[in-house]
Design a protein around this ligand. Structure first.
Ligand SMILES: NC(=O)c1ccc[n+]([C@@H]2O[C@H](COP(=O)([O-])OP(=O)(O)OC[C@H]3O[C@@H](n4cnc5c(N)ncnc54)[C@H](O)[C@@H]3O)[C@@H](O)[C@H]2O)c1
Length: 364
């Protein structure tokens, strides 16, 4: 068996805690050996929880001194490109949280730097790594939905409290924070988007430097399928307001994307159904009892192949996939090269809203 990938995490705020389980539970494949945050007590707390001794407050110092093969970038969007490029130039593999970067130039710079250094670049689009998403993907790829004609997604929720997430200069706004997940899932299922037309607004006073809290767009996929995106942070008391729909000639998928489980032992929830004519197939294979409370007759479960993914927790799966790709040289499912196509949809939406024109993504 190959040696575990040694990783240094940078940014020990909210999402980094979700990455912890993979390091604690799979040290034979991926081992956390360094921790960095500009706020020292946060870095120290994370290090104490993970049993790591090497603690840094300066990222450049971690790259230069720590015993690491790779970095796990969990900082805000504005930092991703610079930190990923610096890591690649230091010969380290890169896993970065979404959104890949806050500019398209940044995304392309990351890909170039990783290619030049011959390292793996992966974006943590965790929704792709749930067993349920894999089952949907397989279902579409096997043609069980027929010809996919349309796909749509919406995010309707209260906005975040963290100030950088509401700041356009930091890469904040509902599209880069939230819709980027669901757009990526639609691309995973339906393929690349060719054209977009969008309108967006910055409504609430906490939204600064043009960050949008309301957006709507129509999409044209390369396959000819059409779609739309709606995103709002302006909604009070919204509960679980995210969902997507994929409409095929032989069936329809309607689902909420999988939700974060409390920890590795809490399976993620992925409520929804696939409709084949009169037949309903449940997407939620792990919390079926919750669904069955509401649905009569009960749904027939969609079989998931558990052997494809080691854990019910998508964060664990994505990190193990990263470790596997970095050590084997395989291209990740959510590689930088793949994810830039998701980012083009978002940046195309910005451009379309600014110019009030339809944007052809090939021209970005
Ligand atoms: N996959 C998901 O479901 C999900 C959920 C939430 C956030 N995210 C993503 O995770 C990333 C971080 O979000 P968050 O909620 O954890 O943010 P956060 O603000 O809680 O954490 C960011 C951390 O980075 C640190 N930091 C900032 N600049 C730094 C620097 N130069 N060097 C070292 N540390 C630095 C901050 O001190 C902070 O502790 C974002 O890209 C966000 O979109 C993903």
């Amino acid at each position: 068996m190959s040696k575990p990938l040694k990783v240094g995490v940078v940014g020990t705020g909210g999402i980094s805690k979700r990455h912890m389980d993979a390091y604690l539970r799979h040290p034979d494949q991926v081992r956390l050996t360094a921790v960095c945050d500009i706020v020292q007590p946060l870095a120290e707390e994370y290090a104490a929880q993970t049993g790591v001794e090497a603690v840094f407050t300066d990222y450049g110092e971690m790259l230069a001194k720590a015993d690491i093969d790779a970095v796990d970038i969990c900082t805000g969007h504005r930092h991703h490109a610079a930190q990923a490029i610096a890591a690649a130039e230091a010969g380290k593999h890169v896993l970065t949280e979404k959104a890949m970067a806050h500019t398209l130039e940044g995304c392309r710079g990351m890909i170039d730097a990783a290619d030049k250094a011959g390292v793996t670049l992966m974006v943590a689009q965790h929704l792709r790594y749930s067993p349920e998403a894999r089952a949907v993907k397989r279902c579409i790829d096997e043609g069980r939905l027929g010809v996919v004609q349309a796909a749509r997604t919406h995010v309707i929720m209260q906005g975040p409290q963290k100030s950088w997430m509401n700041d356009g200069a930091e890469g904040g706004g509902v599209l880069l924070l939230n819709s980027v997940h669901h757009l990526d899932l639609l691309r995973y299922y339906v393929g690349n988007v060719k054209r977009v037309s969008a309108v967006m607004r910055s409504v609430q006073p906490q939204m600064i430097n043009g960050a949008e809290d309301l957006a709507a767009a129509t999409l044209e996929f390369e396959s000819g399928a059409i779609g739309d995106v709606f995103a709002s942070w302006t909604t009070y008391m919204a509960r679980d307001g995210t969902s997507y729909t994929v409409i095929g000639s032989d069936g329809t998928i309607q689902s909420t994307p999988p939700q974060i489980g409390a920890d590795t032992d809490t399976p993620v929830r992925h409520f929804g159904t696939i409709l084949f004519g009169e037949k309903e197939v449940g997407l939620d294979t792990r919390n079926r009892r919750d669904l069955e409370k509401y649905l009569n007759p009960p749904l027939e479960p969609l079989p998931t192949r558990d052997d494809e993914l080691p854990s019910p927790n998508y964060f664990v799966n994505e990190i193990l996939h990263f470790a596997d790709c970095a050590t084997s040289g395989r291209e990740p499912i959510s590689s930088g090269r793949d994810n830039v196509e998701t980012m083009k949809v978002v940046f195309g939406m910005f451009e379309s809203s600014r110019t009030r024109k339809v944007v052809d993504l090939d021209e970005l």
